[in-house]
Design a protein around this ligand. Structure first.
Ligand code: SAM
Length: 289
């Protein structure tokens, strides 16, 4: 097998398996317009999906501005998703420290720092993302309080009890949940808050549908069943305080994206999975007891 690993990115101390190597390489190489063009709207780069009602009038815009309007609308919806996640983080003060686990290009971390005025650490298994995110923090003049690190979220090396809050925004499907929640439980102080927004397959439907399997293959991920989240949280002192089914509110985002020039080809799999009932988009917030 040929590896495209760039020796200039020495991540061997962080990448712990051939699978994680594949994930790191995917994100190191990723230059997807649906992520980059949306981030260019205001310099907040998200790699997650959107929620909320779509302003469909953007599709009727004059041809010369139509694409720009669609990009702005998709970005508005992905920003609403990040805001909704942060709404569930509980009370976070300027003295607190929070962790963005699987931080992508760092958008949610920058939004959290602006909202809470606290110290934020973002971690990714991709050195390219970490470098990009640190550059964004520098440009915004917040690199003293928002720092991005090449670290594995299963074994972060951060001190025990260091964090008031931790979130995973669409990054739990890259790891085994028992190991992830054990590490989060170690890092959170007692009474701290954990939040995830994630796609999960619906146990009530059965095993993963064809559409869910297509999504797994597309992103090199392993979507977990809904039941595993609650089982592994309970096993790791994380007690759910809110569970919100966002499935219906993310479908409009996918419908708009499917009609945009930024469609990547995976849109119909998401729409089939969500509307067919095999896949759910959930927010789960839990207290560390
Ligand atoms: N949370 C970000 C957001 O909302 O924009 C990015 C989500 S992106 C879909 C998934 C992220 O998980 C990538 O940044 C990837 O590098 C990260 N990731 C995957 N496995 C990881 C691991 N074992 N440790 C740290 N980060 C990991």
């Amino acid at each position: 097998m040929t590896s495209v690993h760039d020796p200039a990115l020495d991540d061997s101390a962080v990448v712990a398996s051939p699978y994680q190597r594949a994930v790191a390489e995917y994100w190191n190489a990723e230059r997807n317009p649906v992520n980059l063009r949306l981030g260019e709207v205001d310099g907040i780069y998200h790699h997650h999906y959107g929620i909320g009602d779509v302003d469909w009038s953007v599709l009727q815009s004059p041809p010369e501005v139509r694409e720009e309007r669609v990009v702005e609308e998709l970005h508005r919806l992905e920003s609403a998703q990040a805001d909704f996640l942060l709404d569930h983080l509980g009370t976070v003060g300027p003295e607190d420290r929070v962790l963005d686990a699987g931080c992508g290009r760092g958008g949610s971390s920058l939004v959290a720092a602006a909202r809470f005025g606290c110290r934020v650490d973002g971690i990714s298994i991709s050195q390219a993302q970490v470098d990009f995110a640190n550059e964004q923090a520098k440009r915004r003049g917040v690199d003293g309080s928002v720092r991005f690190h090449l670290r594995n979220m299963l074994d972060t090396g951060f001190p025990t009890g260091a964090f008031q809050a931790i979130w995973n925004n669409e990054s739990t499907m890259y790891v085994e949940l028992g190991s992830l929640f054990a590490e989060h439980s170690r890092l959170l102080r007692r009474g701290g808050r954990y939040v995830t927004i994630t796609g999960c397959y619906n146990d009530a439907y059965g095993l993963p549908s064809r559409a869910v399997s297509q999504i797994n293959a597309h992103y090199i991920c392993d979507i977990h069943p809904r039941s595993t989240y609650f089982k592994e949280m309970a096993a790791n002192r994380l007690v759910p305080v809110s569970v919100v089914d966002l499935t219906a509110t993310t479908v409009p985002y996918w419908r708009l994206r499917a009609r945009s020039s930024l469609a990547t080809g995976i849109e119909n799999a998401f729409l089939d999975a969500y509307t067919g009932g095999s896949f759910q988009y959930l927010l789960i917030a839990a207290d560390r007891i």
